[in-house]
Design a protein around this ligand. Structure first.
Ligand SMILES: Nc1ncnc2c1ncn2[C@@H]1O[C@H](COP(=O)(O)OP(=O)(O)OP(=O)(O)O)[C@@H](O)[C@H]1O
Ligand SMILES: [Mg+2]
Length: 365
């Protein structure tokens, strides 16, 4: 392991010497400087692993030096420990508020300084390791999605050609469904990654809620008809919501309504209603189907938990729908809640209601 690199800043040469020898004696690589200005130059040229910063210095004091270091991209992550004879709580608080990780009062105890330095260096190095590992995993996921998409996409294209040339057999149709499902899974993982990395530009616009729901109901018309489901829409003509309409239709309404259909019984009923309370629209998608057991409700928004179940007609899914819904809702500045009662043997009230809170005003830029 390479030696940790420590920048020590103090205007008094005897203090500087004392601290430098202490650090060198413990196998750290040390750069001593006598002013805030020199500290900035040194830190910018080669960012150290940690800075020991005196507060009382002429011209630029430690607070100002810290503030400057925290405002520069490649020095703002360096942990700073203040050193000062000032034990006033106000000074200590100010130090932490400026972003320091610790505050040591003078005259200091050598062992204490060494322990604190070691602790903060370890913290810094473990943070860096976590970031690196996270990066490596993201890269792996990216390669996996990309390469899988190539293979699955090729299979999908071949089936499409066959469909046009000679039509599909029953087995081909089943294979085609499975492949479409795989393409969906890859697409969803891709979207989740983009949201997690904040790369997904969510640009909200004001849209007519009843119009968006209507569009989705047209797309789902066949599925609704097959199950003989009655859909009741109770939304005011002029109700407006602040959402990103493409993801709202394709990811949110599509999944919530598909779930409601999938887990409803034959000839069931779905109620889609909305009411405005203050500046929020409360949208509800309610079904009277099989409901969710408690333990499933807890895990339904977690990507890492498998919650997928077959629908009442054996419909298949990925289990990624709800985590994606939640991410989008949060990105719109909204909320999501589930109220669900599992169908019990006695056959009392059962079903699932998904309640969303949506903004009606665009956020200020
Ligand atoms: N309206 C509902 N009624 C009963 N259970 C539901 C309902 N909505 C969701 N669930 C349960 O939560 C699980 C996860 O839902 P989610 O939408 O995330 O995945 P999925 O529907 O299984 O797959 P996909 O959305 O990819 O088709 C479902 O499989 C089901 O077990
Ligand atoms: Mg679903």
């Amino acid at each position: 392991m390479t030696k940790a690199n420590i920048l020590i800043v103090d205007d008094l040469p005897q203090n500087l010497k004392l601290l430098s020898e202490l650090m060198k004696g413990n196998d750290y690589y040390v750069r001593p400087v006598t002013s805030g200005k020199l500290a900035l130059l040194a830190a910018k040229a080669i960012p150290p692993d940690l800075i020991l910063l005196d507060i009382n210095m002429p011209l630029m004091d430690g607070f100002e030096t810290c503030e400057k270091l925290k405002s520069i991209e490649n020095t703002k992550h360096i942990p700073i420990i203040f050193l000062s004879a000032n034990t006033e709580p106000d000074a200590v608080i100010k130090g932490f508020e400026l972003g320091a990780v610790d505050y040591i009062t003078k005259p200091f105890n050598a062992t204490e300084v060494l322990i604190r330095v070691k602790t903060h260096l370890e913290l810094k190095f473990s943070k860096e390791t976590i970031i690196k590992q996270n990066h490596a995993q993201q890269e792996l996921l990216h390669v996996l999605c990309h390469d899988l998409m190539n293979s699955v996409g090729a299979a999908q294209a071949m089936l499409n050609i066959k469909k046009m040339d000679e039509g599909l057999s029953e087995e081909d149709e089943m294979m085609s469904l499975a492949i479409d499902n795989a393409v969906d899974v890859i697409g969803i993982v891709h979207q989740l990654r983009k949201i997690d990395e904040n790369k997904m530009e969510i640009e909200l616009n004001l849209s007519n809620l009843k119009g968006l729901v209507g569009e989705m109901l047209i797309i789902l018309h066949e599925k609704i008809k097959q199950k003989g489901i009655e859909v009741i829409v109770e939304i005011d003509e002029e109700e407006i919501v602040a959402v990103e309409s493409v993801s709202f239709i394709n990811s949110i309404l599509n999944n919530l309504l598909t779930n409601a259909i999938k887990f409803s019984f034959q000839n069931g009923k779905i109620i889609i209603s909305a009411k405005k309370i203050n500046d929020l629209v409360h949208l509800s998608v309610k079904d009277f189907g099989i409901g969710m057991p408690e333990e499933l409700k807890v895990d339904v928004f977690k990507v890492e938990k498998a919650t997928t179940r077959e629908g009442t007609n054996g419909e298949l899914g990925t289990g990624f729908g709800m985590p994606l819904v939640k991410k989008f809702i949060l990105a719109y500045g909204g909320k999501i809640e589930i109220v669900s009662h599992e169908k019990s043997a006695e056959g009392d009230a059962h079903g699932t209601e998904i309640k969303l809170e949506l903004q009606t005003i665009l956020p200020e830029l």
